[in-house]
Design a protein around this ligand. Structure first.
Ligand SMILES: Cc1cc2nc3c(=O)[nH]c(=O)nc-3n(C[C@H](O)[C@H](O)[C@H](O)COP(=O)(O)OP(=O)(O)OC[C@H]3O[C@@H](n4cnc5c(N)ncnc54)[C@H](O)[C@@H]3O)c2cc1C
Length: 388
């Protein structure tokens, strides 16, 4: 069994690391100070994503993407996860559900999104519908050859960088008909309510939007009526894998910063690394990262079109749960090793400490991942997680 990376994969990972260090990291403090990525910096970064060959890494060449495998996407995301302030989101990864669009929808939305000419955001969550999306109140009322969408959406990430929204609504108000719609942001009836501040500093916003009788043509429907969740399922697999990859990258950077500091920081006439308390803390960080990274590479490697999607879904939940919680523990230790310096916003570990907290919340909270894992064990047995 060969568990090493091929030379191609090593090269790709090194290139993504270089992209992160040369292109993304120089913008970190600018984003932190401006509470977002200034408009002026966006074109340069957009161009860099294209120049480096990272435009649409999660779609096929036919659909305008780079045709990378899931494993290769994971390698890239791991390295980009080292960047703070969500700068990894500079690299767009258009929603997987677009893959199931009509040829016309692909031409209008997917291909330009892969090329960086358009960008979409995803709106499922609402004031009354978070972990339980069946409680969605947004309705799409069929009206001749169009739909009228009414409702309120929260936490719409990257709204201020997007020109269309993928909206999850119940056709005719029926929760058995969850359906996705492609809605251009300038469609009359969409109102930006506000973009609140969050614990992390993120390059783009997380908006609250009102949809007031927003009329879209029937051709704006993505997939069939009632397919809303089915089309989002694959997205969850990729998004959770992406989060796990970011977490491993972020935890690694935090541990590196702490390890370097422990070497050079002298207190009581010796490097602090020579205190066993610090040495053990670094040892624990390294061990945790090793465990998370092993799981990440193992799960990503087995995701091929032939493998049963349900198994993948089950395992990716465990992966997201473990890596997000692992990264939280690692960054907390790293900050402690840095003492007061770790608490300064100019220190990447402080920013990572805030950045990583949301990874236990979005794309399914830790509790929801545990519920999925528990349900899978009941249905398929413990072996899904232990016999592989
Ligand atoms: C920064 C940020 C960006 C986001 N971006 C987007 C986006 O782009 N698009 C989008 O649609 N959404 C987005 N979200 C929303 C995110 O997916 C939800 O916040 C998440 O699903 C949890 O929903 P909630 O916040 O309503 O919490 P709730 O569902 O209200 O949960 C509250 C608490 O109850 C627990 N809980 C709920 N149900 C159960 C259960 N069955 N068993 C045990 N515990 C349970 C939860 O784990 C949590 O601890 C974003 C959120 C954040 C914070």
């Amino acid at each position: 069994m060969d568990t090493g990376l091929s030379s191609e994969h090593q090269k790709l990972s090194a290139k993504a690391r270089e992209f992160c260090e040369q292109i993304l990291q120089p913008h970190e403090l600018e984003v932190e100070e401006n509470r977002g990525l200034p408009e002026a910096s966006r074109p340069e970064l957009r161009k860099a994503v294209c120049d480096w060959g990272f435009a649409g890494i999660n779609h096929s060449i036919e659909d305008g993407g780079q045709g990378y495998s899931i494993f290769e996407q994971m390698l890239i995301n791991e390295q980009l996860g080292r960047a703070t302030c969500g700068l990894w989101a500079v690299m767009w990864q258009p929603a997987i559900s677009l893959r199931f669009g009509t040829e016309e929808q692909k031409e209008q939305y997917l291909r330009p999104s892969c090329q960086g000419k358009r960008r979409g955001c995803f709106a499922i969550t609402e004031p009354e519908a978070g972990s339980d999306p069946r409680r969605v109140q947004t309705v799409a009322i069929a009206d001749g050859d169009s739909y009228r969408i009414t409702g309120e959406k929260w936490f719409v990430t990257s709204y201020n960088a997007s020109d269309y929204i993928i909206v999850h609504a119940h056709v005719d108000g029926d929760p058995d008909k969850p359906t996705l719609f492609l809605v251009d942001v300038d469609t009359p009836g969409i109102r930006h309510l506000r973009s609140p501040h969050f614990m992390h500093t993120f390059i783009f916003d997380h908006a609250e939007l009102a949809f007031e009788n927003v009329r879209v043509p029937a051709s704006a429907r993505l997939g069939e009526i009632g397919e809303g969740f089915a089309l989002t399922k694959d997205w969850f697999v990729e998004a959770r894998l992406q989060i796990a990859a970011h977490c491993v990258g972020a935890a690694t950077r935090a541990a590196e910063v702490a390890n370097d500091y422990a070497e050079g920081r002298i207190q009581f006439d010796q490097p602090i690394r020579d205190f066993q308390a610090i040495e053990f803390s670094i040892a624990d960080m390294a061990t945790e990262i090793m465990a998370g990274k092993s799981l990440l590479y193992r799960v990503a490697a087995e995701i091929t079109p032939e493998v049963d999607r349900k198994r993948i879904h089950a395992r990716v939940s465990a992966l997201k749960l473990f890596c997000s919680e692992m990264a939280g523990r690692v960054v907390d230790r790293a900050l402690q090793v840095l003492g007061g310096r770790g608490y300064m916003c100019e220190n990447p570990v402080e920013r990572l400490y805030r950045d990583l907290r949301v990874d236990r919340i979005w794309e399914g909270t830790s509790e929801i991942q545990r519920a999925i894992i528990g349900g899978q064990i009941k249905k398929r047995g413990l072996g899904v997680y232990t016999e592989w």
